[in-house]
Structure formats: structure tokens, C-alpha cells
Design a protein around this ligand. Structure first.
Ligand SMILES: [Zn+2]
Length: 205
């Protein structure tokens, strides 16, 4: 699979019976791997249970369906900007931005905007984390780049610079490519900052 991340929107009708999902009712969501990425399923729990499948979900979780509401537009500006930035970055699908995408997703999780639904160890040794937008249910499948602790501060500054508008996406992508090259030439000191981010993530902005 060439894509390193994917966005999948939550459906508003059951993927199996095609009847509408009911506001504030349980929903079972699943991702199915396809050659081009992922297909997403959102189903009534009873439909999911009785339905026969000849495939294993890449990821599956229980959630609650929330119908879209117009008042969601009145979010605090800053938080919505961070979510918009994540969407934009994921659409760009630039491998140089993988650290920025991951740190931004972790920040959005800390702000209770995203919830982590799953983490998958893949055969190639990488980790994909499945995040779901708490409000609109969009799914983000994000590569966990296992950022080194000594690089975490730099990535956080890049995210803050993007959110505050002091740097453009192009500037940050250039920096990221440069430090990536330096890391490849650098030594072995390899603290995995993902572990640190899980336990001590309070230093994230
Ligand atoms: Zn159904």
C-alpha cells in the first residue's frame, strides 16, 4: 500500500441494510483494507452481528453515531483550525510531513477532538493508528513515525508555526526533509518518543 494515511468519513446510513443510522445510537465501525487504502463500514450492531463476511477488518470499534448539527460551526476557532490543518496535511499526503501529521493528531487527541480507536503493528514494522473525530466521526489512519525524543520539540514547533501562520506548509516540508536527511546520517541514539508521548504528553501544546 503506497498511501501512508487515509481519511474516511463516517457514513450516515448503515453499510449493510442501508437504513439511516439513528442519532446517539450505537454504531459499529470497521475498516477494510483495499489495494487503494481502506473501505469504511458503519453499521447497526445487529446488522454487523448477523452479516456474513469473507474478510477480516483491518480495524473495528464500537462508537456512538451522532447526527450532523449546524451548531458545530461555533467551535473555538483555534481547535477547528487544528482539525482543518490535519485534513489538509492528510490530503496532501506528503511523506516529508509524516512527523508533523502524527504530532498534530496526538495534540488533537489530547484536546479531546480525536479519539484513538486502534493501533496496528504492520508486517513491515510500522504502526498505523486509527483516530476518529469525536464529533463528525471521520476516521484518520495515521502512520506512527516513532519520532525520536530529541526531534519531538522541533516537530512541535513546526506544528505551532503552522497553526499560528508564521510558517507555510512548504517551509515546514523543506525543514522536515532536511532534518530527515540529517537523522539518517546521525548516530544511533534512538529513544522512541512515541512512548514518551503516550505517558508524558502533557508537554504537547
Ligand atoms: Zn443496518
Amino acid at each position: 500500500m503506497s498511501q501512508e494515511w487515509n481519511i474516511r468519513s463516517r457514513g450516515h446510513v448503515c453499510s449493510i441494510c442501508q437504513k439511516p443510522l439513528v442519532d446517539r445510537s450505537p454504531v459499529i465501525s470497521a475498516l477494510k483494507e483495499t489495494p487503494g487504502g481502506y473501505d469504511r463500514f458503519d453499521c447497526h450492531p445487529e446488522c454487523w452481528k448477523v452479516g456474513e463476511r469473507d474478510w477480516e477488518p483491518f480495524s473495528q470499534w464500537d462508537g456512538v453515531y451522532l447526527a450532523p448539527k449546524k451548531e458545530e460551526r461555533k467551535e473555538p476557532l483555534k481547535k477547528e483550525d487544528a482539525g482543518e490543518l490535519l485534513r489538509k496535511l492528510m490530503t496532501l499526503d506528503d511523506p516529508a510531513m509524516k512527523n508533523v501529521v502524527y504530532v498534530l493528531a496526538v495534540m488533537l487527541e489530547r484536546s479531546k477532538i480525536l479519539v484513538e480507536r486502534d493501533a496496528k503493528d504492520l508486517e513491515d514494522g510500522t504502526i498505523r493508528r486509527v483516530y476518529e473525530d469525536r464529533k463528525n466521526g471521520d476516521t484518520f489512519v495515521i502512520l506512527d513515525p516513532r519520532i525520536r525524543l530529541e526531534n519531538l520539540g522541533e516537530v512541535q514547533q513546526q506544528v505551532v508555526a503552522l497553526l499560528s501562520g508564521t510558517k507555510t506548509l512548504g517551509e515546514v516540508a523543506g525543514e522536515a526533509e532536511k532534518s530527515e536527511g540529517e537523522a539518517e546520517n546521525g548516530g544511533e541514539g534512538s529513544d522512541n518518543a512515541a512512548d514518551g508521548a503516550d505517558s508524558g504528553g502533557d508537554n504537547l501544546v
